[in-house]
Design a binder for this molecule. Structure first.
Ligand SMILES: Cc1cc2nc3c(=O)[nH]c(=O)nc-3n(C[C@H](O)[C@H](O)[C@H](O)COP(=O)(O)OP(=O)(O)OC[C@H]3O[C@@H](n4cnc5c(N)ncnc54)[C@H](O)[C@@H]3O)c2cc1C
Length: 388
């Protein structure tokens, strides 16, 4: 097969624009096709970009733009009931940045436009045919586009994943629903992030420089709710639910009381991807949540999506054909993303410990931290660098 000249990137979230920018850097013409009618539609809440994600963005000249919109979180602590434990940090590792998802999308889209990556909005991929020479993608609006290859950056409910392998597993449900709120409140002078194991549910919160406190709730729920299903429930009902869940937790009980309906973002189910056997077939390949959603507990979903997009572009630049590029890309990425996903699954299982579990966690915490080898556990995640 000849060297790749053009790529169609499906999905304009995080992995999509980053992959397209990296492909341009690798000398491959890339265009992004997004199902939503515009860049910021339906986007809310915050996410963390970790040190490895920021370093990867630096390779595309995007790191500082993301640092500028992000709040650095230099310290973190754990709260179990009234017990607070400061969490250790890794020497020489840049703090993660909390960014508003819509701000991140804006920065990525602006940078993509500046590097001549065309975007089409309101086009939902429904099928694709691959030949020896290229791919034809068909969209719900009846249009079609062709390119040398197709990159599925279409998120955890990926269509491209099913086109590559109809037997591919779908996303797992962690048993947790998520929503985020913000409120003007006094929670003391701690400026870092608190991971709080409450009586009935886990939450996290952090103060912003404007005096607002942002909180994220993880609500245990046997009932799965997609983003659309979650959003069709009125905000007043969600507020009632989080207020009830955190009623006995300070400050979460107070923060949820002080949050208005307008300051609530509902995200729905938190997913985790099981290992995906086939990351590519022929001229189609997956990046980001479409192939490795490690769940929000890792704080790595977006950072891994960025890394994968860049590594895919590098492999396409360096290998003679898509088949060898895709094989090299999977060899570089699979073990890393699956290891981080396993860590996410372990953390998720601690988020609903129950009363006895909380007591055990609290008692065991000091010993756990003495035995915990932070460098061994998190060093390889956060110090990872791509050699472009
Ligand atoms: C509550 C919550 C908190 C999180 N917190 C963090 C965090 O702190 N740190 C972190 O790193 N990650 C976090 N994540 C994960 C992070 O959001 C994802 O890993 C990241 O968004 C993945 O980017 P992506 O581009 O692969 O997918 P997405 O951002 O989901 O983008 C996929 C895009 O593809 C589009 N699309 C889908 N299907 C089609 C189609 N058929 N045709 C065309 N377009 C299509 C979608 O509309 C969407 O725009 C969190 C996630 C959740 C739910």
């Amino acid at each position: 097969m000849p060297r790749t000249r053009s790529a169609l990137v499906i999905g304009g979230g995080i992995a999509g624009p980053v992959t397209a920018i990296a492909l341009r850097k690798a000398g491959i013409e890339a265009q992004v096709v997004e199902a939503y009618p515009n860049a910021a539609e339906g986007i809310g809440g915050s996410l963390a970009i970790a040190a490895n994600g920021l370093a990867a963005l630096d390779l595309l000249g995007l790191g500082n733009a993301v640092r500028d919109i992000g709040l650095p979180i230099a310290r973190t602590r754990m709260a179990i009931g009234r017990g607070l434990t400061q969490l250790p940090t890794l020497d020489g590792v840049e703090p993660m940045r909390m960014v508003r998802r819509n701000h991140l999308h804006r920065v990525l889209h602006e940078h993509a436009a500046a590097t001549d990556v065309p975007f089409s909005f309101g086009k939902r991929l429904i099928s694709a045919e691959t030949t020896d020479h290229g791919v034809t993608a068909n969209f719900a609006d009846g249009s079609e586009l062709t390119a040398d290859l197709l990159v599925g950056a279409d998120g955890v409910r990926s269509t491209v994943r099913g086109l590559i392998d109809p037997q591919a597993p779908g996303p797992g449900y962690t048993g947790l629903l998520s929503c985020e709120g913000r409120a003007q409140a006094d929670i003391g002078d701690y400026t870092g992030m608190t991971f709080a194991f409450g009586r009935r549910a886990y939450a996290l919160y952090w103060p912003e420089p404007d005096g607002q406190v942002v909180w994220g709730a993880n609500l245990p729920s046997p009932q799965y709710l997609s983003l659309n299903q979650a959003r069709s429930t009125p905000a007043s009902e969600w507020l009632e639910r989080v207020r009830e869940t955190y009623a006995d937790d300070e400050p979460m009980g107070r923060l949820t009381q002080l949050t208005s309906e307008a300051d609530l973002d509902v995200t729905g189910a938190i997913h985790i991807m099981p290992p995906v056997p086939n990351w590519y077939r022929g001229r189609m390949v997956l990046v980001g949540d479409a192939v490795h959603a490690p769940s929000n507990s890792t704080g790595q979903g977006a950072s891994l999506a960025v890394e994968s997009g860049i590594e895919l572009a590098r492999c396409l630049r360096d290998q003679p054909d898509p088949a060898s590029a895709f094989a090299a890309y999977v060899a570089l990425r699979r073990e890393r993303v699956e290891r981080i996903t396993r860590r996410g699954a372990r953390t998720n299982s601690t988020k609903t410990p129950g009363t006895v579990g909380r007591m055990v966690m609290r008692a065991a915490m000091p010993l756990m931290f003495r035995l915990f080898d932070l460098e061994k556990q998190l060093g390889p995640e956060l110090r990872h660098r791509i050699s472009w």
